[in-house]
Write a protein that binds this ligand. Sequence first.
Ligand code: TYD
Ligand code: MG
Length: 496
Amino acid sequence: MSRARTLHRCQECGAVTPRWAGRCPGCEAWGSLVEEVEPVRAAAGRPASIAAPVALADVDGGAGAPSATGIDELDRVLGGGLVRGSVTLVGGEPGVGKSTLLLQTLASLASRGWKCLLVSAEESAQQVRRRAGRLGAVRPGMWLVAETSMPGIRAAVADLAPDVVVVDSVQTVWDPELGSAPGSVAQVRGCAQALTAMAKADGPAVVLVGHVTKDGTLAGPRVLEHVVDTVLTFDGERHHALRLLRSVKHRFGPTGELGLFEMGDAGLKGVPDPSGLFLGDRRQGTPGSVVFPSMEGYRPLLVELQALVCESTLAAPRRSVSGLDASRLALLVAVLQQRAGINCLPSDVYVSAVGGVRVVEPGADLAVALALASARTGVALPPDLVVLGEIGLGGEIRQVAHSSRRLREAARLGFSTAVVPASAPDEPGVRLRRVGSLAEAVATVLGAGQPAGAAGAGRGSSARDGGATRDVGHRGALRAAAGGPPAAAAAAALLD
Ligand code: TYD
Ligand code: MG
């Protein structure tokens, strides 16, 4: 057996030094040196077993096909399911629900006849059993070993010969052969490499759980991404039930797919129709509320955006976002003032994406801007309207990718009208209001000064209440910005 040697490699430039330093001697980057273990090679020469080249056409493409896990949202993200002999890393913050997801996945696989092994390196066997009992995830064919050492794990896998092994978590596994302290980057990477070798040699699908902190600094997932075949991230707002599963690297299919789960008393439940979930508590006729057909991976998702604009007592008025990009909000506030005459600059501005999702694509610009305009003027938008478009600094509205898919989803959920960029293609089932500029969009949607109650006639008392407190001075600005025909007519046309 060769002895391992510890060295430090710069994550920026790849320079290697025997001793750790705060600054890389090669590229002078700070804090970029990471401990690594390099086994000393036994002897040079031809290895005992080498792979012979084969014609590409002769390779069996059917082998390595994914097998469904039965957890639909997971299968969607994996492009069909788990591949035997592959290694998947599920990264996420502590407490997001990784252990729960994998326990449920193993139960589902076991009921499909897979022999499943859970290596619990964090929780005791009793803790796992109790949780599994609570989740109704105890099945024949599910095996458990509470083990943290690599030799122990190897022995368990050799004894049981499972079809799938889940290691929870890879940060708490250690290999005495590696020498460095348990939990160090060298240990985590070394163990992941050993587990990957095990997957390739013995053929089980291996799933590794990895904890990441918000800034991704904890030893683990980031340094493992090169080692594994697939990297999934599992995240969600701590105070919301929604959990999002995404693939960021996938050797067996496309990345960018999104799986959605809801965390409840009985564990995680797939959310096949997420738009319904996000729009469930929406109060129609409220100024500042706009529905945006967002895209998460390949999945359209209707999200309500809400804005609140109120008088500020601060020298630098507050700009608060939740689930949106803060610097984009500052830009939209400026463009709204400059190009559409709606001035939120001296006010406190709050904008949020409802339901714990993050909407960061520029395609949401117009929706955010109209939410701000609606909040500022007190005029509610029609309840069956969606808004889509990117805004340039000149106030022009730009095309957004996948507009047909987004609008089809909107139509499916009963939205009949959409404000879209001028170049948007037709979509059956949705009436399009094409707009070239922000000022035109504001005029089309908010009209010319009908109070909220009149604009949304019969659409709820909250709108009418809002009307009573409207900022009349702004109506003038709105009219001036809108130009053109009396926008009351435009608003009526939109609503009829
Ligand atoms: P867990 O799967 O242990 O998270 P991780 O492995 O990512 O650290 O999930 C922990 C959280 O999930 C915990 O705060 C409680 C919550 N939870 C539920 O709300 N319902 C449930 O049925 C279970 C099992 C957990
Ligand atoms: Mg856990």
